[in-house]
Design a protein around this ligand. Structure first.
Ligand code: AMP
Ligand code: ZN
Ligand code: FE
Ligand code: FE
Length: 287
């Protein structure tokens, strides 16, 4: 049987709704053999996830999804199996997490100025201890206070990237982020590059520059990509010698994405693991 592999999920260590151990349990129940936990800008969920992987017998790739920015546009980079004590990478992630806090204060102020009743305390109530704060937590606060029905409505009405309430936060340039991941012994894969394709945030030229900096792969199979996106990204990966991944970007009940809805070929996982020296891959029990 081919290994069933999902290389992109979120827990309550960032903006997912399941605790890290729950994500692994959900993955196991869904029939997955290997899952990557890739919380935004943090490794806070790694210890609990590793403990759960050992207990359940599911394979685990400890990862992060690094928020990057180029030309004021948000770009996400998956970093797998990096050293969790790498000073340069950890410093960069800390800056991003801290900047996300002041940024959230500003979004709340902008909403309040327009008469949308929400306080920073209500947002904080939605964030697990030590978790990376993001717009989904603000969305949850708007749900809790009855302003919107769900996260999706909150994003459509108030929180999307082109909203007047959008506030930027500190995020490294994507090429620098690739260098940081590689220097920390990890493997870098660009996440859902064509999520907002019309914005031009990610171009083939940028992907080429990231590959030249040591990036190993492209997340191609993802619900944000249509058939055209996938075909072009597959061709680009082939031209640049990059591996192709497929993943769910599971966020628990915070998004419709079902765990394992897109999966990665074992050969791609093998290439990723072979490229890494920072943190051990935990293989599934008996494989
Ligand atoms: P931030 O980290 O604050 O920039 O917020 C980005 C996060 O918001 C990403 O992890 C997305 O998964 C999430 N997000 C974006 N659009 C939506 C949506 N329509 N519904 C739920 N979550 C969303
Ligand atoms: Zn997220
Ligand atoms: Fe993302
Ligand atoms: Fe994600």
């Amino acid at each position: 049987m081919t290994l069933q592999i999902d290389l992109h999920t979120h827990s309550s260590a960032s903006d997912g709704t399941d605790a890290p151990a729950q994500v692994l349990a959900v993955a196991d129940r869904a029939g997955l053999d290997v899952v990557a936990l890739t919380d935004h800008d943090t490794v806070a969920g790694w210890a609990e996830a590793a403990e759960a992987a050992d207990r359940i017998g599911i394979g685990l790739v400890r990862g992060i999804e690094i928020s990057c920015e180029r030309d004021a546009r948000s770009i996400h980079l998956l970093g797998y199996l990096t050293r969790p004590d790498d000073p340069d990478l950890m410093h960069e992630l800390r800056l991003a997490r801290e900047s996300r806090l002041t940024r959230m204060d500003r979004i709340v102020d902008l909403l309040a100025a327009d008469g949308i009743p929400i306080t920073i305390e209500e947002v904080r109530a939605q964030v697990a201890e030590g978790a990376t704060v993001g717009r989904p937590h603000l969305a949850d606060a708007l749900v809790a206070s009855g302003v919107v029905e769900d996260r999706a409505e909150a994003f459509t009405r108030f929180l999307h990237n082109d909203s007047r309430y959008y506030v930027r936060y500190y995020a490294p340039d994507p090429v620098r982020a690739v260098e940081l991941v590689v220097a920390a012994g990890g493997a870098a894969v660009i996440a859902h590059p064509y999520t907002a394709r019309q914005s031009g945030a990610v171009t083939p030229e940028l992907i080429e520059d990231m590959a030249a900096a040591g990036m190993i792969g492209i997340e191609v199979d993802h619900r944000d990509h249509d058939e055209t996106d996938r075909r072009e990204l597959r061709d680009l990966a082939a031209a640049l010698g990059l591996v192709v991944t497929g993943s769910s970007d599971y966020h628990g009940s915070g998004k419709p994405n079902l765990i394992g809805e897109h999966r990665t070929e074992p050969a791609a996982l093998e290439a990723i693991v072979a490229a890494c020296s920072g943190t051990a891959y935990i293989p599934p029990a008996g494989r």
